[in-house]
Write a protein that binds this ligand. Sequence first.
Ligand code: MG
Length: 311
Amino acid sequence: MRPPGLPVRVSQQDLPSRVTIWEVGARDGLQNESAVLPAATKIELIERLAACGLPVVEATSFVRPDRIPQLADAADVMAGLHRLPGVRYPVLVPNARGLDAAVGVGVDEIAVFVSATDSFARRNLGRPMASQMEMTAPVVAQARSLGLGVRGYVSMCFGDPWEGVVEPARVAEVCAELLAAGCTGLSLGDTIGVATPGQVRALVDLLGTRGVPMDSVGVHFHDTYGQALANTLAALTSGVATIDSSAGGLGGCPYAESATGNLATEDLVWMLDGLGIETGVDLAALVDTSAWIADRLGRAPTSRVVQALAR
Ligand code: MG
C-alpha cells in the first residue's frame, strides 16, 4: 500500500532554504557496481537524472580503463549525452591525460580527488599523502586556466580503516591545499561511512573558522552504519548547502562488505521536502529512474524511499 502522500513540511529556521543535490550515481555509484552497463544505458541514466530536476549530475570518470572497466567508455558517454541547459555535468579526472580526454569531449567542470590520510593516499593514489598535491595541483591549475570549475574530493575525512579516527585539523589542511591550488569547491567524504553528527559539525565548523566559504563546501556521506541522513542534517545546521547523493543508493561501499554505500538521493529528497527545503527534484520521477536502473543492474535499490514508493 502506498503512503498517503509526501512528508508534512515543517521548516526550521537554522537550515538553508535551498540545497544543491550533487548527484553522483552515474559516476561514484556505477563505479562501485559489478554489473557493467552499455554506454547507451549510462547516457539514458544521466539524461533521466537531469530531467528529474537534479542541478548537478556527475557523469563519469576519465580514469585508466584497466583500473575501472565500468567507466572505460567515459568519452563515448560524454560525446553521446544530450545536455540540458542549466544542468552541470562534472566528471572525475585523476591526471593530466584524463583532463585532456575530458576537455576533448567538451567537459566544462571536473573533479579531482585526494586523501586526508596517508594510508589511503598510498593505496588509492599510489603515493604518500605528503606528495599527493604534486600530482593534483598541476591538473587543477591547467583546468582553471581553461576556465573549468574544479571540485576537490577529500577521502577519509572522518575515519580510515587503517588509521582510525581522522582529526579535523588534518582534513582542514588538505582542504586549504586544494583551495590554494585553485579548486572552486570541496567535497568532504566519509568514505567508509563511520562518521557521526558531532564529528561532522566539528569539521565543518573548523573549516568555517578558517575562512572556508560555506558555499564551496559539499559533503559526501555513506550510509554503511546508518548515519548518512543524521550527518547530512548536522552539516546543514552548520551552513553546508551542497549534499552529494546517489540515485537509488547506487554503489556499494568499496571498503566494507556492505550493500549500503552512498546516501540515496530519494532518502535525502524525502528529508529535505519534509524540512521545507527546495531542491527542484521531482521525487516520483527519480524513484522511477532508480527502479529502472536497478532493474538494468539486476538488483534491488538500497534506497528506503524507492523501496517504499516504487511500483
Ligand atoms: Mg561515494
